[in-house]
Ligand binder design. Sequence first.
Ligand code: FES
Ligand SMILES: [Fe+2]
Length: 416
Amino acid sequence: MVETSTEMDAPPGSLDHILRSTDAIRDELGVESVSLDIVRDPALFEREREAIFGKVWLKVATEWELPRPGDYKVKSIAVADASVIIVRGKDGTVRAFHNVCTHRGNRIVSSNDFETSGNARANVFSCRFHGWVFSTDGTLRSVPMEEGFGSLDKDCLGLKEIACDVWQGFIFINFVDEPDQTLGDYLGDFGKLFAGFPYHEATTAYRYSTVLDCNWKVALFAFSEGYHVPTIHAGSLPGFTGLEHTDFKLMGPHASSTIYGGGMDAAQSTNTFAGLLAGSPLHKPKPDQLPPNINPMRREDFQFEFPNIFPNFLIHLAAGCGYPGMAYFTHQFWPLEHGKTLWEGINYFWPAQNAAEDVAQRHVNALHRNAWLEDTATMEDTFAGIMSGVLDTVELMDLEFMIRHAARTVRTYIDV
Ligand code: FES
Ligand SMILES: [Fe+2]
């Protein structure tokens, strides 16, 4: 399948082998036009369902969403025709189950939304159809009028478990019963490069989601490059100057790069709030908190680390350096249909300690939301243009290498 590294004989602990110069990127990924068939062709989307979303590890939750025994969330994953319960058991372990009652297939937890919101906690899960009761570890606990079934092997009728593992507090599932790769193996060098950041401390989360009329890769690609920042974000980020997009990294199916630059604090109001957060030991820029191989020179003009975790998860590390006071933000792109995608964006901040910090964070969050509106506004237009059939290929420059890499990875998985 996909290699996890190209040079395995690098010194232990060093991640130098994943770094690429622009020339190396061009040599490895090529410079030719890239075919649009993987975006345009509904038949290829059908292959992606099984060969990608049915096979690889997918992030579905975070540990800090489910801090206590019995805390759970339900997530609908249309691309896998699945509804998934993710729950912390009484033993503290997080597990994932198909949200399907083993009696006659009813949903255990009804949910019409893409995911349950807010905190939900259960001692047990009880199916409202006939009252079968399941423990939070999935075991079938009780069956009303059990004697009426003749013989019932309750030990074999627990909720159907889905492979589930945790990396740095991010909870991933895999729909293969016995996945070929562990989560650690799948993440490979990405897992090492991004480990150690205190993700769990940034517990103030602002969430956004919307359904976009575009293929999921159009959304992924739009968030995979910084080339567009000076143009599409001229409205929300007028002070963003001196963009330097560098430190290219390839890590098997995953890739990343770093954005350094002059910042984005032109508006007077933003300067005021940025200053307030910069003066706080908790919220000030903390490049030293970054994992050692990200911004290894500890440059003060670091803005973001900018990775794609294949297939649909992005963690943009800022450590308070990019948007003022923001620890990191994430994106996910969930295919609903060939031309319909659920986008989820979450901004994570360290908890405000007073009202002034809270207002400052909300200002920064709104600034970023506006940038996201500018980003998402291009996606339906781009997809419509692609689907018109006028172009068979697109041109990609060096700063768009993660699009080239993701497109190649998709082709490898679906074998075209
Ligand atoms: S379908 Fe759940 S108890 Fe009957
Ligand atoms: Fe953008």
